[in-house]
Design a protein around this ligand. Structure first.
Ligand SMILES: [Zn+2]
Length: 82
């Protein structure tokens, strides 16, 4: 869950992990630890047509959730430093 300090959502103030509720470290609007941010816009063939779902997970909650997958997450190396 993201909390911004302005209505235009330009300046990120806080991020909370939706799973455990822990505050993610944010300094000067920049997330300073591992974070998985998901945004899904459900379409016509879903039961959530027109809904946009968004959540954030800290790295440890992300790790716990992906452990339950039957098929592992696809992992590749990124050349960009995020
Ligand atoms: Zn968490």
């Amino acid at each position: 869950m993201r909390i911004y300090s302005d209505e235009m959502k330009n300046e990120l103030q806080h991020v909370k992990c939706n799973a455990c509720g822990r505050n993610i470290l944010v300094e000067n609007g920049i997330v300073k630890e591992g974070l998985c941010s998901c945004l899904e816009k459900f379409g016509y063939f879903s039961n959530k047509d027109g809904q946009i779902h968004r959540f954030d997970l800290c790295e440890s909650c992300y790790d716990e959730i992906i452990k339950k997958f039957n098929i592992p997450v696809e992992i590749e190396e990124s050349n960009e430093i995020v």
